[in-house]
Design a protein around this ligand. Structure first.
Ligand code: NAG
Ligand code: NAG
Ligand code: NAG
Ligand code: NAG
Length: 708
C-alpha cells in the first residue's frame, strides 16, 4: 500500500496531487541555465537594505537604461510611467514601510510588476531587476520581484528566498533584531556576557525567551507559539503571493478558476485551526467583532527597519472613538451591501445587471466580491471592508499621513496590514470570523445536501483506527545572517563572517497513521478526505454537528483506487523531523556547487515549502488527552473540469502545489461547506465520525508560554 503523506498545511488547506507524478518531478536535476538564474536572482534578495555589492551587478546598475531599451518590453506604458516616477521621485523612498493595501503604494507595485513581467526576454528582466533593486523601496521590491518570479514562464521553479530570511524583522521582535546586529559586530566575543546568546558550532544562537521579553499581551500569549510561528506566517504571505488580489487571473500561476472559492476555503481552514488551538489552551470562543470594545489588545514588539515601532492596540480598545466614525460607517455600509445581496439572492455587476447568488457555483463570485480582487464584477460598489477593519483594529489610523515629495504617503501599517504578520494578532481571527459569517449566511440559503448527494452506496466504511496522537514543543532555528549589516570586509567579499540564528519554540507532533477499513462492492477510484473538529466548545458542551460544520478543518485529501471487497486505506502523517525546508543559504550553496559540477540541485529542494507547516498539523491538545472528532469521507472521484497543467505546477516555486491544485471537481470543503444535520448523514455509510484524543507531551526544557 502506498505510504503517502498526510499533507501539511494541506491540512490548513486542501488536496494533494497524485503522488507518483510529484515524486518523479521532484527528482529532476536543474540544468546550468536554471542554476545560474537561481543564484543571480537569489543574490538580489540578500542584504536587501544595503546596496548590491556584486561587481557584475554594479556594472549593470550603472549602465542599464530603461529609456534606451524600451523596445525590449511589451508594456511600454508601464515602463514610461515608471521612468516618470523615478524622474519626479514619486516612488516610495527606501527604508520606509511599504503596504500593498495603500493605493499609491499598490500603484507603484503594479506598475513595477508590469515593467518586470513585460520584459521580452530573461536578460532584459534580470538587468531591469538589478537596475531597480537599489532604486526602489526594498520592501516593495522584494514583494514585486517574488510575484514576478512566480509568474514569468522563464523563472518557473526558481526558489524564492523565504521572507523570514530576507526580512527577519517581521518575524522577530525588536530585542532579538537588536541583539542580532550586536552579535554581528561582536562575533563570538561577549557571548558569555549576555545570557540570551550561546555558541553552537560556528553560529551564535539567540534564545527567544518569553521571560526576558514580557511585553506581549498576557491574554493572547498562550497561543503565540501558533500565531507567531514564522513558517505559518510566511505561508500565509506565500499564498497571497501566488494570487495577489491585484493580479489578473489570466497570469496567476495557480488556481485561476477558483480563486474566489479558495479565498473563502483557505480562511475557513485557518480560523478553524486557530479555534482548535485556543480550545487546547483553555481560551474561550473567538470573540465577536461588532461590539464597541475589543478586549484583547496586541503589541507585536516588532520594529520597522527605520526604527519606527509597529502600531499597538491597547486592551479594551474602544471602537467608538471620534477618529473612527467615518471608517466604521464605511465598514457598515460595505458589509450591508454584501448582506443585502446574500438575502436578495443576487449581486449587481457594474452594468447594473443581476448575478444570481442562489447557486453553489456562486461561491466563486461571492469570494471575488468579498476579496475585491480585480476579477470582482463590481469593485466600485462592493468595497473592501476587510482592509478597513484591519486599519481600525491595527490602530494604524491614528498616524497622520506624512507625504514624501507631497505625493507618496508614508505609512506605519499595523501587523494586520501585512500578510506576513497578520496571523499574529488575535484580531485577525475576529475579523475573519465575521467575514466567514457572511459566507455562512449564504451557505445556509442553499438547499441542504440530500442523502443521495452525500452517499456512495456501494462503499462502506467499517472502522477507522488512528495511532496515538501526541504533540510536543521543540526548538527550531532561523538564520538571520543574510539580513544583518555588513562590515567593509564583508561587503568587499560579499559574504557573511558571522552566522546568527534565532531559536524559536514551535509545536510539533509524533508521526502517526490513520487506517480506514472499507468494504466496496465495486472497484473504483474514490476521493478520500479527512477532517478534524473539536468535540466540545469552550464551555464544555458537545458541539452539534450542524454548528460544528464550520469548525471542520480539512487535514487531507487524496485519490484512492478501491478494490472489490475489503481493504484498509492507510495514510501516514509525514515524519516532520528532518523534513524542514531548505534555507536560502543551502539552496544557494547547492546551486553554486552544482554549477561547478559538484552534485545537483533537485527541484525537490526548491519546492519543499509544501512541508511548510506540517509541524502544525495537529492542535496541541492536553496532557491527559483532549477529545476531537476525525471525520472520514469517501466520495466518487470526478476529474477536474480544467485539467492541471502538470508541466507548470510541478515547478511552482512556493511549494504550494500540493493543495492549491484541485484534485477533483468537488467543491472545496465538501460536504462541510454547508451546515450538515445529523439526520442528513444517518445511514450514509461512506462517512464516518471517529472520536480521537490528542495528547500533549510535557517538554519542561522548552521555554514557551501555554496552558495545559
Ligand atoms: C515515476 O517513477 C516511477 C519509478 O521511479 C515509475 O514507475 C513511474 O512510471 C513514473 N511515473 C511517471 C508519471 O513518470
Ligand atoms: C501595462 O501597464 C499599465 C501600467 O501599469 C497597466 O495599466 C496595463 O494594464 C498594462 N497592460 C497590460 C497588457 O498588462
Ligand atoms: C546562515 O547563513 C549564512 C549566510 O547568510 C551562512 O554563512 C551560515 O553558514 C548559515 N548558517 C547555517 C547554520 O546554515
Ligand atoms: C529565560 O530567562 C530567564 C531570566 O533570565 C532565565 O532564568 C531562564 O533560564 C531563561 N530560559 C531559557 C530557556 O533560556
Amino acid at each position: 500500500m502506498a505510504r503517502l503523506v498526510l499533507c501539511v498545511l494541506a491540512l490548513l488547506t486542501a488536496g494533494v496531487l497524485s503522488e507518483p507524478v510529484r515524486d518523479n518531478a521532484s527528482q529532476k536535476a536543474a540544468d546550468p541555465v536554471f542554476l545560474q538564474r537561481q543564484m543571480d536572482l537569489m543574490s538580489l534578495f540578500f542584504h536587501i537594505h544595503e546596496p548590491n555589492y556584486f561587481e557584475s551587478c554594479q556594472t549593470i546598475s550603472k549602465s542599464w537604461s530603461l529609456e534606451k531599451n524600451i523596445e525590449r518590453y511589451n508594456n511600454v506604458t508601464a515602463v514610461t510611467t515608471f521612468i516618470e516616477m523615478l524622474e519626479h521621485q514619486w516612488e516610495l523612498p527606501r527604508a520606509v514601510p511599504f503596504s500593498i493595501l495603500e493605493s499609491e503604494h499598490r500603484f507603484e507595485a503594479t506598475t513595477l510588476y508590469n515593467v518586470l513581467y513585460s520584459a521580452k526576454d530573461y536578460d532584459t528582466f534580470y538587468k531591469t531587476a538589478v537596475y531597480l533593486r537599489d532604486r526602489v523601496n526594498e520592501n516593495l521590491f522584494v514583494y514585486v520581484l517574488s510575484v514576478v518570479i512566480a509568474t514569468r514562464p522563464d523563472t518557473k521553479g526558481i526558489y524564492i528566498p523565504r521572507l523570514y530570511e530576507v526580512f527577519p524583522s517581521y518575524f522577530n521582535n525588536g530585542e532579538i533584531m537588536t541583539t542580532a546586529q550586536r552579535i554581528n559586530t561582536h562575533g563570538f566575543r561577549m557571548i558569555d556576557h549576555y545570557h540570551s546568546t550561546y555558541k553552537w558550532d560556528e553560529n551564535v544562537v539567540i534564545r527567544w525567551n518569553a521571560t526576558i521579553w514580557p511585553y506581549y499581551n498576557s491574554q493572547s500569549t498562550p497561543v503565540a507559539y501558533f500565531t507567531h510561528d514564522y513558517t505559518l506566517n510566511t505561508f500565509y504571505y506565500n499564498v497571497h503571493l501566488s494570487q495577489p488580489g491585484w493580479l489578473n487571473s489570466e497570469v496567476l500561476p495557480v488556481n485561476r478558476q477558483r480563486r474566489g472559492e479558495w479565498f473563502w476555503f483557505f480562511h475557513k481552514q485557518l480560523v478553524a485551526r486557530y479555534y482548535m488551538e485556543r480550545l487546547s489552551n483553555g481560551l474561550g470562543e473567538i470573540p465577536e467583532l461588532g461590539h464597541e470594545i475589543v478586549k484583547e489588545g496586541y503589541n507585536s514588539g516588532l520594529l520597522y527597519h527605520n526604527g519606527v515601532p509597529f502600531p499597538v492596540r491597547p486592551n479594551y480598545f474602544h471602537l467608538n472613538q471620534p477618529q473612527f466614525v467615518n471608517t466604521i460607517q464605511e465598514i457598515n455600509d460595505y458589509e450591508r451591501r454584501i448582506r443585502d445581496a446574500i438575502d436578495q439572492g443576487y449581486l449587481i455587476n457594474n452594468l447594473g445587471e443581476h448575478i444570481n447568488l442562489r447557486a453553489p457555483e456562486a461561491i466563486e463570485t461571492l469570494g471575488r466580491v468579498i476579496e475585491v480582487n480585480v476579477d470582482s464584477p463590481n469593485a466600485q460598489y462592493y468595497k473592501d471592508f476587510i482592509t478597513l477593519w484591519k486599519k481600525v483594529l491595527g490602530n494604524s489610523l491614528v498616524q497622520e499621513h506624512q507625504y514624501f515629495h507631497h505625493f507618496v504617503p508614508l505609512v506605519v501599517p499595523s501587523v494586520l496590514e501585512h500578510y506576513q504578520t497578520a496571523l499574529r494578532d488575535p484580531a485577525f481571527y475576529m475579523i475573519w470570523k465575521r467575514v466567514l459569517g457572511l459566507f455562512q449566511s449564504w451557505q445556509e440559503k442553499l438547499p441542504q445536501y440530500k442523502r443521495e448527494e452525500l452517499a456512495l452506496p456501494q462503499v462502506q466504511i467499517q472502522k477507522v483506527d488512528v495511532d496515538k496522537l501526541v504533540t510536543y514543543f521543540e526548538y527550531t532555528y532561523l538564520n538571520v545572517s543574510s539580513h544583518l549589516h555588513m562590515n567593509e570586509e564583508e561587503a568587499k567579499e560579499v559574504y557573511d563572517q558571522v552566522s546568527v540564528l534565532v531559536q524559536h519554540p514551535r509545536l510539533n507532533h509524533k508521526r502517526f497513521q490513520v487506517r480506514v477499513n472499507v468494504n466496496s462492492e465495486v472497484a473504483k477510484s474514490v476521493l478520500v478526505k479527512f477532517f478534524l473538529a473539536p468535540k466540545y466548545d469552550s464551555h464544555g458542551s458537545e458541539i452539534p454537528l450542524h454548528l460544528n460544520t464550520q469548525n471542520f478543518m480539512q487535514l487531507d485529501e487524496f485519490v484512492y483506487d478501491l478494490p472489490v471487497g475489503e481493504c484498509v486505506i492507510t495514510r501516514d502523517s509525514l515524519d516532520a523531523s528532518g523534513k524542514d525546508w531548505a534555507s536560502s543559504f543551502q539552496v544557494y550553496e547547492t546551486a553554486e556547487k552544482a554549477l561547478h559540477g559538484k552534485g545537483q540541485l533537485h527541484t525537490e529542494q526548491t519546492n519543499t515549502m509544501d512541508k511548510l507547516a506540517n509541524h502544525l498539523l495537529l492542535p496541541k491538545g492536553r496532557v491527559g488527552g483532549m477529545p476531537y472528532v476525525l471525520m472520514v469521507y469517501i466520495s466518487e472521484y470526478r476529474a477536474p473540469k480544467v485539467p492541471r497543467n502538470t508541466a507548470s505546477d510541478l515547478t511552482f516555486p512556493l511549494g504550494l502545489h500540493p493543495f492549491i491544485y484541485h484534485l477533483t471537481d468537488e467543491s472545496l470543503g465538501f460536504p462541510v461547506n454547508r451546515p450538515l444535520y445529523t439526520w442528513q448523514v444517518e445511514g450514509v455509510k461512506n462517512l464516518w465520525f471517529q472520536d480521537v484524543l490528542i495528547h500533549h507531551k510535557h517538554t519542561p526544557e522548552i521555554e514557551v508560554p501555554h496552558q495545559e
